[in-house]
Design a protein around this ligand. Structure first.
Ligand SMILES: CC(C)(COP(=O)(O)OP(=O)(O)OC[C@H]1O[C@@H](n2cnc3c(N)ncnc32)[C@H](O)[C@@H]1OP(=O)(O)O)[C@@H](O)C(=O)NCCC(=O)NCCS
Length: 157
């Protein structure tokens, strides 16, 4: 999927605010644009009012990026800007991602997250379950180590 430069700008504006610098989870612009040169990488945006179709002039509240391989799709990045959190936009965007993955024939979606990320509550509410753990995968500037948790959701017919 090709992302127009304006959409990459919008994704980066949320990216820069949404992820804590402490864990190094945010991608830079080059990583984002390179991902979109891969044809099976896609994204979705959400407006502050929850709309999925966004006028060119409208700021976004959040985005997802994902990559499909055969009938499995990895949720690479998922974020809502800090000022729009705890209003249900994360639930709405995740629902849209899962519906579109299922509609395009995916059998399974998966992701990796930092242990202790509150996003775990959101993923659990949508049926994800933990399937693996990479011990001490994330390093913090203070020398701490945090496990990476792999989660999956298998679509039932
Ligand atoms: C995770 C994130 C996308 C949630 O977005 P959101 O719009 O606030 O999500 P919602 O309002 O739909 O809330 C979804 C659920 O997530 C959980 N949740 C979200 N933030 C939480 C927090 N700070 N503490 C505890 N639970 C939290 C709750 O269960 C919440 O449901 P509830 O409000 O009904 O209790 C957002 O916090 C974010 O962008 N975080 C930084 C980026 C990130 O870590 N992304 C995930 C990478 S794996």
């Amino acid at each position: 999927m090709i992302a127009p430069p304006d959409d990459i700008d919008r994704i980066m504006s949320v990216m820069e605010r949404a992820f804590s610098a402490e864990f190094g989870e945010a991608w830079n612009r080059r990583q984002v644009s390179d991902a979109f040169t891969i044809s099976n990488c896609r994204y979705g945006l959400i407006a502050p009012d929850g709309a999925a179709h966004i006028a060119e002039t409208t700021d976004i509240a959040g985005f997802f990026m994902s990559r499909a391989i055969l009938d499995e799709e990895e949720l690479l990045l998922f974020a809502i800007a800090p000022e729009y959190r705890r209003r249900g936009l994360g639930h709405l965007l995740l629902s849209r991602f899962l519906e579109s993955a299922k509609a395009t024939g995916m059998a399974r979606v998966f992701l990796e997250m930092r242990h202790g990320n509150p996003a775990a509550f959101l993923y659990a509410a949508h049926g994800f379950r933990e399937i693996g753990r990479r011990p001490s995968y994330y390093r913090t500037p203070g020398g701490g180590r945090i496990d990476a948790i792999s989660q999956e959701l298998i679509f039932q017919d």
